[in-house]
Design a protein around this ligand. Structure first.
Ligand code: GDP
Ligand code: MG
Length: 194
C-alpha cells in the first residue's frame, strides 16, 4: 500500500471574502453567519483518495492577519496548493488578488498549483465582478477558476479543490518520472565508461 501524501493548502484573499467559511464547510461543519471563528491549522485534516493515492489534506486559514498584510513565512512555507479568494460583490477584493498572487509566488515560485474562487455566488444579483473577469484573471495566471458559495453550495468549493489536487498529483508524477529518466540516463552513461 502506497504511503499517504500530505498536502498543505492555503487560502489567501481579503478579509470578509469567506475563506473561513469555505474551510469550515469543506470539513463538513455548518456555515457560520457571524463567522468570528478562525480555524486551527493543526486540526484541519481530511483524508481523500485521488487518482488511487491516499491524500491527507491540511487546509490553513489566516487568523485575520491578512487585514494587516502580515502573512508569516510559516504560513506560506511548504504550501502545495494556493487558493485565492475574492467576493464577487466587492470589486476591491478582486483587484487585490494581484497582491495575493504576488505574495504567494514570491515565496513559493510559480510552480505551485493555484486556484481562484469567486465566492458568494449566491449573491449573484449583487455581483460587481463578472465571472468572465474572474476567469480571465485565472487564465492569465495559469490558475483554475470556480465560482463558489460557502453558504449555498459548498460542493462547488470541493470540486475546485479536487481539480487542484488532481493537477498537483499529476505534476508530482511528472517530476518523479522525469527524475527516474534522468537517473536511468546517468546509469547508462556510467555503464558505457566502465
Ligand atoms: P474571511 O474573513 O475571508 O475568513 O471571511 P468569513 O468566512 O469570515 O466570511 C465573512 C462574511 O461573509 C461572514 O458574514 C460570512 O457569513 C459571509 N460569507 C462567507 N461565505 C459566504 C457565501 O458564500 N455567501 C454569502 N452570502 N455570505 C458568505
Ligand atoms: Mg477568516
Amino acid at each position: 500500500m502506497a504511503e499517504n501524501i500530505d498536502i498543505k493548502i492555503i487560502l489567501l484573499g481579503e478579509t470578509g471574502t469567506g475563506k473561513t467559511n469555505l474551510i469550515i464547510t469543506y470539513y463538513g461543519e455548518k456555515f457560520d453567519i457571524n463567522s468570528k471563528s478562525t480555524l486551527d491549522s493543526k486540526t484541519n485534516f481530511k483524508k481523500l483518495t485521488i487518482n488511487n493515492r491516499q491524500c491527507v489534506i491540511n487546509m490553513w486559514d489566516t487568523a485575520g492577519q491578512e487585514q494587516y498584510r502580515s502573512i508569516t513565512k510559516t504560513f506560506i512555507n511548504g504550501t502545495d496548493i494556493v487558493i485565492l479568494v475574492y467576493d464577487i460583490t466587492r470589486r476591491d477584493t478582486f483587484l487585490e488578488l494581484n497582491y495575493w498572487f504576488d505574495t504567494a509566488t514570491l515565496q513559493l515560485g510559480e510552480n505551485d498549483v493555484f486556484g481562484v474562487a469567486g465566492n458568494k455566488s449566491d449573491l449573484f444579483i449583487d455581483a460587481k465582478v463578472t465571472p468572465e473577469k474572474g476567469e480571465l484573471f485565472a487564465e492569465q495566471k495559469g490558475c483554475f477558476f470556480s465560482l463558489t458559495s460557502a453558504k449555498k453550495d459548498p460542493k462547488s468549493f470541493e470540486v475546485l479543490v479536487e481539480k487542484l489536487l488532481e493537477k498537483y498529483l499529476k505534476n508530482k508524477n511528472i517530476i518523479k518520472n522525469s527524475e527516474k529518466i534522468i537517473i536511468s540516463e546517468i546509469k547508462k552513461k556510467k555503464k558505457k565508461f566502465c
